[in-house]
Design a protein around this ligand. Structure first.
Ligand code: PHE
Length: 355
């Protein structure tokens, strides 16, 4: 066995026990580097006869090839091992709590919708929903709104098509129509949801929330409406007594129609609901117009009832002392953290609505 062959065998043994890449790279240059054994062996070629040269070169090349393969096998082996070790070391325990964990908060609007739903469910109302994108018929026509009514103006309503047939609902009242058309009386429902009007200032945002109420049966009258709203306001503001007044008003879909104000006063910059001599408008209501009943395939000689529409955002502002309506929709985490509610504090009638 030549010196060269002996060295090759030695290197092979060395490579077998190598544990890491730097060590392997060092051996690599001892073999393949400028002064490595392969190059040194090639240098011997010069002193050989042309015949000998051929065989000699072939044997160096085959050793070179053999070592190269040996090498690449070892290096893959080391790399694989390193990856497996890394993966095992970096194992993430997803059951551990996040280091700076921020618990999410429930938005005051969602909280108020939950509270209102609780209050009305207690007296037998169920919750209905309708789409934000409505057709002109449900939003206006079925609700007895005349063709030239100002609410239909492009300046107030967001239309979604040229011929003004599809729009973003301007109130939750179309849910009255949907509910009556799909079922049979009696109806006793509330419908919370988003509504849209082309309006924006401190107390108006282009998107806002309303809650519709509808109670239709054979003998429902204005007295029921008053009793129902009186109960609701007291429960909502969590007060024993409430000052409330009905002001005559006009809506095309109710007759008679009224707007409801609640009495309040300001004390130390805080609003006290239910007493005092200031009035605040919070909702519109009335007895459902016979034309609406007809449009919803009900006989107005057999059925009658009331409807109301409450501004949810305004109630939330009042109850929780929030001044600017626009802050509701700015998605500011600091604001939400301050005004938001603990997701585990679900409002209930028996344990209390709010903190
Ligand atoms: N839809 C009316 C509004 O948006 C409110 C309302 C609802 C009035 C139901 C009467 C009856 O202003």
């Amino acid at each position: 066995m030549s010196e060269f062959e002996k060295k090759i065998l030695e290197f092979k043994e060395k490579i077998k026990v190598v544990k890491n890449l730097p060590e392997l790279n060092k051996i690599n240059s001892e073999i393949f580097g400028k002064n490595g054994i392969i190059n040194l062996e090639f240098k011997k070629l010069g002193s050989l006869s042309p015949d000998e040269r051929k065989n000699f070169a072939a044997s160096i090349n085959s050793s070179k090839k053999e070592l190269t393969e040996f090498f690449s096998k070892k290096s893959t082996e080391i790399l694989d091992k390193e990856i497996i070790e890394k993966v095992n070391k970096e194992k993430i325990d997803i059951t551990l709590p996040e280091k700076d964990f921020k618990i999410g908060k429930v938005h005051p609007v969602s909280q108020v919708i939950d509270e209102i739903s609780c209050i009305f469910s207690e007296i037998g109302f169920s919750v209905e929903e309708g789409p934000d994108v409505e057709n002109e018929y449900n939003n206006f026509t079925a609700l007895n709104t005349p063709e030239n009514h100002p609410a239909k103006d492009m300046h107030d309503t967001f239309y979604l098509d040229q011929d003004m047939k599809t729009l973003l609902r301007t109130h939750t009242s179309p849910v009255q129509v949907r509910t009556m058309l799909k079922g049979s009386p009696p109806f006793k429902i509330i419908a919370p949801g988003r509504t849209y009007r082309s309006d924006s200032d401190q107390t108006h945002t282009p998107m806002f929330h309303q809650l519709e109420g509808l109670h239709i049966d054979k003998d429902i009258n204005m007295g029921h409406l008053k009793g129902c709203l009186n109960y609701f306001i007291k429960e909502f503001f969590e007060v024993e007594k409430i000052k409330m007044r009905f002001r005559p008003s006009h809506f095309p879909f109710t007759e008679p129609s009224a707007e409801v104000d609640i009495g309040y006063r300001i004390e130390n910059n805080k609003i006290i609901i239910g007493e005092g001599d200031k009035w605040l408008e919070i909702l519109g209501c009335g007895m459902v117009h016979p034309n609406v009943l007809k449009n919803c395939k009900l006989d107005p000689n057999k059925f009658q009832g009331f409807a109301f529409g409450i501004g949810i955002d305004r109630l939330a502002m009042l109850k929780y002392g929030i001044n600017d309506l626009r802050s509701f929709f700015e998605c500011d985490y600091r604001w939400l953290n301050h005004y938001g509610f603990d997701p585990l504090d679900v409002p209930t009638n028996y344990r209390g609505l709010s903190r």
